[in-house]
Design a binder for this molecule. Structure first.
Ligand code: GDP
Length: 327
């Protein structure tokens, strides 16, 4: 597919798996300096003494072409000798960390100990792996999503990986927000963006922890950019992960309309999958413009197709003279 160069600055807010798919599509359609991606750090946790940043690593590995495509996370061809050795030593090994993946966590941890900011580390790792677009963090401070279940409060990875999202979620909280400050890079990217896209990521687990960093939601609200959200739910189901159950457990509608309600104060446009065309009148009733597109990204062609449609339609909104080209 030929690259589209509408010339405007694009900021994508993205979690891990769903976010990285759209990031790849946009990266194929945009010039590298046109696209910035603001990722989620509230899933970060220390394992075996090392800082692991799952969503940022998923974005980095995806954009570097190194991701394990079957899983959607981790490095392709990675092995688990180190985990097996840790298990022999009586360590908990439910968090799957591959042998090559450990190198990322070793470097991240050493650079943190040397005083680098997490933003600088994320950019350094991305640069080393040949990633073009900028990967930004909402904060350099430590914030962590916690999940309340019938067993009490669990760390995010305990809920997500160890318990495989099985326990019903009664409440979500993000620890550390009081002290968290937004990064200057995130604020600058928001200020210069003409198009802000909320990826089809889990709104509560991936996007909310970005917006919750003091200053980020306000900066996005104040931005005159065109703001578009893409639903991670198709026909009331998540493509992967617990988004539908989570929305339902927390009293929200478990379909694209529930996602539109979540984003209603932030976006002008909600992208629904074409399978959800019946929801168009309801979404329009919220005062949001619904766009129905094929949002299922199963390969690089479908990722690029969705990204290209978003950019063309956004270009038509930002430059009405191009409208005819977009339709
Ligand atoms: P996580 O941090 O790894 O859970 O990743 P995200 O929050 O970025 O993505 C999880 C969400 O991505 C899930 O709710 C999925 O339904 C959604 N998702 C994954 N693949 C696709 C896709 O191809 N299309 C759409 N519309 N959503 C997707």
């Amino acid at each position: 597919m030929s690259s589209i160069q509408p010339g405007f600055k694009v900021l994508l807010l993205a979690g891990g798996v769903g976010g990285a798919k759209l990031a790849e599509g946009l990266a194929a359609c945009c010039l590298a300096d046109q696209l910035s991606i603001l990722g989620n750090v509230a899933d970060d946790q220390r394992f075996h003494g090392l800082w692991v940043s799952p969503d940022i690593d998923t974005l980095t590995y995806s954009l570097a072409g190194l991701i394990n495509r079957e899983q959607g996370w981790g490095l392709k061809g990675d092995t688990n000798a180190c985990l097996q050795a840790l298990q022999r030593l009586g360590q908990e090994t439910w968090m799957w960390l591959g042998d090559q993946d450990f190198a990322t966590h070793l470097v991240r941890t050493r650079l943190r100990e040397e005083g680098w900011r997490p933003t600088e580390i994320a950019q350094h790792l991305a640069q080393q792996l040949g990633v073009g677009p900028r990967i930004l963090l909402p904060t350099d401070d430590c914030i962590q999503t916690q999940v309340r279940t019938a067993q009490g409060w669990l760390g995010f990875q305990e809920y997500f990986v160890r318990e495989r999202c099985q326990p019903e979620v009664l409440e979500l909280a993000i620890r550390g927000l009081e002290q968290a400050r937004p990064t200057p890079e995130a604020l600058a990217a928001i200020a210069e963006a003409e198009l802000i896209i909320f990826a089809p990521s889990n709104p509560l687990l991936s996007i909310d922890p970005i917006l919750a960093v003091p200053g980020i939601r306000a900066a996005i609200s104040a931005s005159p950019a065109l703001k578009i959200a893409v639903s991670p739910l198709i026909s009331g189901k998540a493509v992967k992960g617990p988004a539908a159950n989570l929305l339902q457990s927390l009293g929200l509608r478990a379909d694209a309309m529930g996602v539109a309600e979540y984003y209603r104060d932030l976006v002008q446009v909600m992208v629904l999958d074409q399978a959800d065309a019946a929801l168009v009148p309801e979404v329009a009733g919220l005062g949001i413009i619904p766009w129905c597109l094929d949002t299922l990204m199963q390969d690089s062609a479908s990722k690029e197709r969705l990204a290209a449609s978003l950019l063309l339609r956004a270009d038509a909104c930002l430059n009405p003279v191009n409208l005819a080209q977009a339709i």
